[in-house]
Design a protein around this ligand. Structure first.
Ligand code: NAI
Length: 246
């Protein structure tokens, strides 16, 4: 019970890595808000979680929309009275090489992956400052660290997430709030499964462990950074990528 009594918001919680994290966090005693844009998956997953007796509630949110984020925070505080952990996990891709990239698609990815992280953190931090503690975990990516073909927009946001993580670690350390990031490698979720089979095979063979990550591999890293076991880990980017680059 590594998160007993904690309240955690997990954005992008209705699918993939976020969904695995909702389960892991709840199994470890947390009350979880599964915050996601996808209402169909969110409601379906919430019902399945209730059947299993897991304390996971779905709240629909668009992280790119400040009003929607404000409602998410209001609802969380009304329901649970506090927010101990924020996992900024929601993210999208919209790949094209630079020459072919539509500026609207560039901006759309920035709105969710970059502004969304800013919106959620800015809304949650006052509650953590008042409480004198908190854990913020941002989701970067191998693409943000090393770049990736066809991902000008995505790589830009995931590199920016690292910059924001280190900045917030400097701003909020003195307030008792830990801020860290996880940089997943290629992980077997819908985001990767929509790529051609050949590309997926190439990605797996580039990994030292010779496989894609599973959502649970990343969820376990979130769990460590959300738990008291990481209380002296701060401003860190935890690479969970099977040793894709060393
Ligand atoms: P996914 O596509 O399976 O899940 C993403 C979730 O975010 C979905 O439930 C979606 O509805 C939600 N979402 C999208 N836009 C939203 C918005 N505006 N507001 C609220 N929710 C929104 O993706 P996956 O693979 O689980 O990715 C999770 C995080 O991990 C993302 O930040 C992604 O960039 C990152 N990541 C994923 C990798 C992978 O290989 N799958 C590799 C590196 C990083």
């Amino acid at each position: 019970m590594r998160l007993k009594g904690k309240v955690a918001i997990i954005t992008g919680g209705a699918n993939g890595i976020g969904l695995a994290a909702c389960h892991r966090f709840s199994e470890e005693g947390a009350s979880v808000i599964m915050a996601d844009f996808d209402e169909v998956a969110g409601k379906e997953q919430e019902a399945l979680c209730k059947e299993k007796g897991l304390d996971i509630s779905f709240v629909q949110v668009n992280v790119a929309d400040r009003e929607s984020v404000a409602k998410l925070i209001e609802e969380t505080v009304a329901r649970h009275g506090k927010i101990d952990v924020l996992i900024n996990n929601a993210g999208i891709t919209n790949d094209a090489t630079l020459v072919k990239m539509d500026p609207a698609d560039f901006q759309r990815v920035l709105d969710v992956n970059l502004t969304g992280v800013f919106n959620c953190t800015q809304a949650v931090v006052p509650h953590m400052i008042e409480a004198g503690h908190g854990k913020i975990i941002n989701t970067s990516s191998v693409s943000g660290v090393y770049g990736n073909f066809g991902q000008t927009n995505y790589a830009a946001t995931k590199a920016a997430v690292i910059g924001m993580t280190k900045t917030w670690a400097k701003e909020f350390g003195r307030k008792g709030i830990n801020v860290n990031a996880v940089a997943p490698g290629f992980t077997a979720t819908a985001m990767v499964k929509k790529m051609p089979e050949k590309v997926i095979e190439q990605m797996a063979s580039a990994v030292s462990l010779q496989r894609l990550g599973e959502p649970e591999d990343i969820a376990n890293a979130y769990l460590f950074l959300a738990s008291d076991e990481s209380n002296y880990v701060h401003g860190h980017v935890l690479h969970v990528d099977g040793g894709i680059m060393m």
